[in-house]
Design a protein around this ligand. Structure first.
Ligand code: ZN
Length: 258
């Protein structure tokens, strides 16, 4: 057997060996960073699909603590929600250092958060969510997973153009053409504000899930855990903290929106 055949056969065996799933509508891959939004998306997916895997990206973000916290969150979800634990499958971790190398932003450099002249915050990492979904789709292709779930939101975030509904819809078309699959890209938070995202967590997992998110998720742009606030841990000043804090206070007071 020549080496090419041997390599191809080996690859085929390896692919078969890691093919436990069904190429149908029951499986999902969640872009899971360990923050409030992606934890809520994870719960949404666990409630909806029979088999759920998770994927995270290390792009040398400043708030690297989220990459540690996400494992804690996964463990806590397993521990607190036995009805979901059996559905929660493999966790994938992808090194995307190249994104940090090509991005001069406040998420990947030690510089203060400011608004740029073009109206975008300097936390904008160009193309980040396009790349995340594309890499997630590559994982899903290999794992024969049909549904991709991300926490992108158009309602009250910072105007990132790659979080927009039309961007995600266009990307779904591009991925399906480019990979010859029928992926469905889900963004359950797209039209919710942060208050409603807390409300969705409550609906999905009751106060147990809300408390889990408060205690274990990390949203702050800085790697600050610090003392616990009513709304969880964080510096309290960066845009992510401000949004989370405002949203939680409105949620707690029973207001419907910010
Ligand atoms: Zn913060």
């Amino acid at each position: 057997m020549d080496l090419l055949n041997k390599a191809t056969q080996w690859r085929g065996e390896k692919l078969r060996a890691i093919k436990p799933l069904m190429n149908d509508a029951r499986s999902a891959l969640v872009l899971f960073s360990g923050g409030q939004d992606s934890t809520t998306c994870l719960a949404w997916a666990l409630e909806r699909f029979a088999h759920v895997e998770t994927v995270a990206f290390d792009y040398r973000q400043r708030h690297r603590i989220e990459l540690d916290q996400r494992l804690v969150v996964l463990e806590e979800v397993r521990r607190n929600f036995p009805q979901w634990a059996g559905k929660l499958g493999q966790d994938h971790f992808i090194d995307m250092a190249v994104l940090g190398q090509i991005s001069e932003t406040s998420l990947t450099r030690d510089v203060a958060f400011v608004m740029e002249k073009d109206g975008l915050p300097n936390s904008f990492v160009p193309g980040r969510n396009l790349l995340f979904f594309t890499f997630a789709a590559a994982v899903a292709w290999r794992r024969e997973i049909r549904n991709l779930v991300g926490g992108m939101c158009e309602t009250d975030f910072s105007g990132y153009p790659d979080c927009r509904d039309n961007t995600v819809k266009a990307l779904q078309v591009a991925l399906n053409l480019g990979m010859d699959r029928s992926f469905v890209l889900h963004t359950p938070l797209m039209w919710l504000d942060k208050t409603e995202t807390w409300g969705l967590a409550k609906e999905l997992g009751g106060s147990t899930l809300v408390d889990l998110i408060l205690e274990h998720t990390h949203t702050c742009y800085d790697s600050v855990r610090g003392p616990k606030n009513d709304w969880g841990y964080g510096c309290g000043k960066c845009p992510a903290c401000a949004l989370r804090k405002r949203g939680f206070e409105a949620y707690r007071e029973g207001r419907s929106s910010l």
